[in-house]
Write a protein that binds this ligand. Structure first.
Ligand SMILES: Nc1ncnc2c1ncn2[C@@H]1O[C@H](COP(=O)(O)OP(=O)(O)OP(=O)(O)O)[C@@H](O)[C@H]1O
Ligand SMILES: [Mg+2]
Length: 367
């Protein structure tokens, strides 16, 4: 050890140095044995080994992190006896070099793994920042758009009221001046104006549903459903509908929004069972996979299940407006309300086989 240290301490040199056994070992990627330094004066001079020095022979072995690869270091072992370093000694130093190479490689890998980890963490932080920024931008843009849609809808109402009012006045005060066709045109103008007003009102409802602050509380969905059904019966006392609302239907959510959602679903159930003698509407809930799935089921006209997703798109309707009137905004409103509660809503049904609308409300604590 002392001998090796002595050689190395005296020995800083360039890889290209022709006289240096260590440089040669590194260059040629193989062990270089100097069996007798006395017989290699250039090397001895280079290493500063003079007469009286305890170094008489040496072997230089490159240390590479992979077999035959670029050396990362050179191990030099020396002896004070010329010719003492036989092939067995060289093999031993080679073995040491191999072990050192494996160690260096492990260290290199660990360092690069740590570096990769550090860079990944840094990238994650930057990515999260960007997602946060983008989300905030999007939310702001969305709010702006919503506010715009709201004010446009709102402002459209006034000219529409004028249109409706003045066409009524025209019909009443100057009706005689017009023939049947003229009066029919006026009536159509009024009907169109009223239909547009209804559309705008629905859009405003949809918009309010998105903008309203949520106030979450314990809600008795069963009581709400019974109230809505009673209203529907009162509005159409001639219809015979068997309605059943399951007991214990509670949820956590915004009471007003949940009422709007239930009202839309029950409106539909009521409307699309119109043609049935034995109309039935059921409101209930099931525990499924740790969450509560609420449903509103009817045995009415049903719909083509291929379009089950389309129903929730604003103004998408699958039924003829003459047979089942509506603007097609009800289910879009339901979907927004359910989404605001972090839930899902979906529909099942078949033509003539009725429809079932399901929804979840994770604010319920069920996940
Ligand atoms: N219970 C149901 N049975 C069969 N089809 C339904 C049912 N509920 C909704 N649909 C279909 O989905 C469409 C969209 O429903 P949605 O409630 O959004 O609109 P709407 O009832 O036609 O009009 P609005 O609710 O705006 O007055 C309906 O037009 C109908 O085609
Ligand atoms: Mg509807």
């Amino acid at each position: 050890d002392e001998v090796t240290a002595a050689v190395l301490a005296r020995h800083p040199c360039a890889l290209t140095d022709e006289r240096c056994p260590a440089a040669a070992a590194a260059r040629e990627r193989r062990p270089v044995l100097v069996a007798d330094l006395a017989a290699a004066p250039a090397a001895a001079a280079h290493l500063g080994v003079g007469p009286g020095d305890p170094v008489a022979a040496l072997v230089a072995v490159p240390v590479a992190t992979e077999p035959g690869g670029r050396p990362a270091a050179v191990i030099v072992a020396a002896s004070d006896r010329p010719g003492a370093l036989d092939p067995e000694a060289v093999a031993f130093v080679q073995h040491l070099a191999d072990v050192a190479g494996v160690g260096l490689e492990a260290e290199r890998r660990e360092a690069s793994r740590r570096e990769a980890e550090r860079r990944l963490a840094e990238m994650n932080v930057r990515l999260e920042e960007r997602v946060r920024e983008r989300t905030a931008d999007l939310a702001a843009a969305y709010r702006e758009l919503e506010a715009f849609a709201y004010s446009v809808s709102h402002d459209l109402r006034a000219p529409l009221r004028a249109l409706d009012g003045f066409s009524l006045a025209l019909l009443e005060d100057y009706g005689e001046a017009l023939d049947e066709t003229g009066q029919d045109y006026l009536r159509r103008i009024r009907a169109a104006a009223q239909r547009m007003a209804a559309l705008i009102d629905d859009l405003l409802t949809l918009s309010r549903v998105s903008r309203r602050e949520m106030a979450v509380a314990e809600v008795d969905l069963g009581a709400l459903a019974r109230q809505v059904l009673a209203d529907l019966r009162a509005a159409e006392p001639g219809r015979r509908v068997r309605a059943r609302v399951a007991g214990g239907l509670t949820a956590r959510g915004d009471p007003h929004l949940l009422e709007v959602a239930l009202r839309n679903l029950l409106d539909n159930a009521w409307k699309f069972t119109r043609g049935r003698e034995d109309a039935r509407i059921t409101v209930g809930a099931r525990r499924r996979g740790g969450e509560t799935v609420y449903y509103v089921r009817d045995n009415g006209a049903g719909f083509d299940p291929r379009y089950a997703d389309k129903l929730f798109v604003p103004f998408q309707r699958l039924h003829d407006a003459a047979e089942f009137p509506g603007t097609g905004i009800g289910l879009a409103t339901v979907q927004r309300i359910v989404h605001r509660h972090g839930g899902r809503v979906w529909a099942e049904g078949g033509p003539g086989r009725g429809a079932t609308f399901y929804f979840t409300l994770p604010t319920n604590g069920g996940g």
